[in-house]
Design a protein around this ligand. Sequence first.
Ligand SMILES: Nc1nc2c(ncn2[C@@H]2O[C@H](COP(=O)(O)OP(=O)(O)OP(=O)(O)O)[C@@H](O)[C@H]2O)c(=O)[nH]1
Ligand SMILES: [Mg+2]
Length: 454
Amino acid sequence: MNDYIFPGQSPDPESFFSQPPETEPDEKLAVLCAISEPQSADTASSLDELERLCETASVKCVSRLVQPRERPDNAAFFGKGKLFELSELCRTLGAGLAVFDSELSPVQIRNIESVLPDGVRVIDRTMLILDIFAAGARTAEGMLQVEIAQLKYSIPRLIGSGKDLSRQGGGIGTRGPGESKLELDRRRARERINSLEKQLDQLKRVRATQRRARERSGIPRIAVAGYTNAGKSTLINRLTGSDIYCADKLFATLDPTTRRLELPDSGEAVITDTVGFVNRLPHHLVEAFRSTLDEVCFADVLLVVFDSSDPELAGRFDVTYEVINSLFEKNEVYDVPRINVFNKCDKPESKKVLSNFFIEGDCAVVSAVTGEDIGELLALVEKKLSEKKKCVTFRFPPSKLSALDQLYRQSNVESVKYLFDGGVLVTAFCDAKILGMYGVYISDDIPDDPDPNS
Ligand SMILES: Nc1nc2c(ncn2[C@@H]2O[C@H](COP(=O)(O)OP(=O)(O)OP(=O)(O)O)[C@@H](O)[C@H]2O)c(=O)[nH]1
Ligand SMILES: [Mg+2]
């Protein structure tokens, strides 16, 4: 299968490309590949992250190969010499995977594979992330979202590849969209996407209904977002006493959950975990996960969590806000109150990292593990909630008219309408505390409706 010929090279059956592998390529051993500006620290840290992504997918990195060049070669990503080196490395180390840190075109994938020993597969960062998501998603919604993202990524990669979808569809290949589905051609893949999107739409409607119900209930909603492994789930566990799965690996949470939380002043609130972000998070994945990520936009307070002990904090901060801002833009919301939470302050590296980091706006430096300064964070959450007032209409029965007094004192009453049954319809701008106290009386009635009973 060594059919890619570099310009100026004649086909030579005895060439290095034709040598048999020393051992059977092992698909759990990978050589990581990237191009870089010479001595770039960014490349090293990006490859560190790629290695962690591999570990998450149970793949061991056995070597790294970096070619100093400004742009990848259009045809085969690396130049000829580097590709030879890669082929040799895979052969001698028995690696069955070459994982590229940048997105590869279908032509590049085909050309690289054709010069590697038989059985060695080529995947890129996006395919790897998609594969991790495919392996980890557990809920119907999560699985639908991942399969849509995988199919969308695969379709253009079928063009001119001359190979079937199964070749490209499943990232590492063990967990694609499923064996039977892997034989789909592009047309059928599109049909499949349509059908999956319809199913997802149903689930989105359920989610939207739940969201509206929560909104009507007046219970404050807190969302937690941030880079993968920042400690989001650990923080939620600390705040709520739950036991959401947490692990020192990337993308531990793929199926976000919502938990109840008791705030010292405002009473009950709900807090939602979200899937973590990563540098160059595949945009198909962000799109597919929109319905769950959108929680970020509809929250009354957003906690943006960072690992303050991470030397790459500045880069993580930018990536995190890129994703969050793109979600805000898509939903046309710009005023979600937020708190930057610098977690893991118990780690010795944290002080040094934070000393080089300029922090704007509301923020808290905490440790979800030791509980340090979690009280301060809660106080900040309450402050944010009290700043955000919502306009709601309550329908109080005659026995609850005393509530009106409190509303006049602690919120901005817009209108009051006395009802025939002795009750009252009150519209007011209220903070989370009032909403928490009187949420059950929130009504869908519109006070200006002509009411024959009043
Ligand atoms: N030392 C220390 N470790 C922490 C702290 N918070 C979380 N961790 C650890 O960091 C790792 C990741 O924590 P998670 O809560 O799973 O992180 P996450 O942000 O939910 O990650 P994903 O779900 O993968 O996006 C785990 O090993 C936690 O024990 C902290 O405050 N201090
Ligand atoms: Mg998590």
